[in-house]
Write a protein that binds this ligand. Sequence first.
Ligand SMILES: NCc1[nH]cc(CCC(=O)O)c1CC(=O)O
Length: 308
Amino acid sequence: MRVIVVGTRGSTLALTQTRFVVERLKENWPETEFKVKTIKTRGDEGASPKEQNIFVKELEEALLRKEIDIAVHSLKDLPTELPKGLKLASVPKRVDPRDAFLGRTAKRLEDLPPKAVVGTSSVRRKAQLLAYRPDLLVKELRGNVDTRLSALGNGEFDAIILAAAGLIRLELRNRIDQFLDPEVMLPAPGQGALALEVRLGDDLAEELAYSLHDPLSFARVQAERAFLRGLGAGCLAPVGALAQVLEDGTLRLEGVLLSEDGKSYIRAEIEGEPGEAEELGLELAQDVLAQGGRELLGAGPGWGGVKT
Ligand SMILES: NCc1[nH]cc(CCC(=O)O)c1CC(=O)O
């Protein structure tokens, strides 16, 4: 019997997500033996999150070298194009995609005084914050979730913004003061979702991973990622996107492209069937590009990379 090795980064969040995935896999496949293998990535060693791919590349290399059979990623860290020989096997059920506000004294974004210092390292969060509250000061905040929480405790920041999903998975939901309304802060494409990646042709690993697949979560992130890809921007760019399934089953995709200072932005939405998620994302991207997005992208520093 083949032992299936599930690869993960070593951060507390990555390990927690992976343990959760492996528990579900064991439930579905009680006869199969699963092992977790931790892979060090440059992202964990403090490389700038502005570099493309830092959280993902080492895991993909380990897959290709057959050191691991299933890689567990945060979907938003995964570039929109996968390397040759690898395949996205499944997207499990997504948790809350929104961004979370954590304040030192103010408990809501609206309650921060002018010139309050907000920590984030994401240009997407920075641009949307400044679009909504141009009076705030945005300061670089790096590191994993634990590091960011202690930076808030140190008094260096009046507030920080993090993905709600990470805090929820770490059972730190009680630290969240406010879930930011997507009207104000559209999440990163894929935020709150996981991705299970396998080698092309490893049918066993693919079948095991696919048992965790959630088609509606997949349709949503497919639309969001197609929007990003259609912009030709990569996730280093100030781009937000959120797809939701309405009560009648319609997929609604909202997307925004901003300038880094938040002074200009183009926001648009589109509705259609979950089955045409990819087309909807690409169409919305064309719409945003035609409405001035091309000029916005041209003015930026070449948003090639990938991140949040
Ligand atoms: N950029 C790193 C990263 N990748 C995934 C998450 C959170 C969990 C998720 O979105 O699934 C985070 C931390 C954050 O942005 O606050």
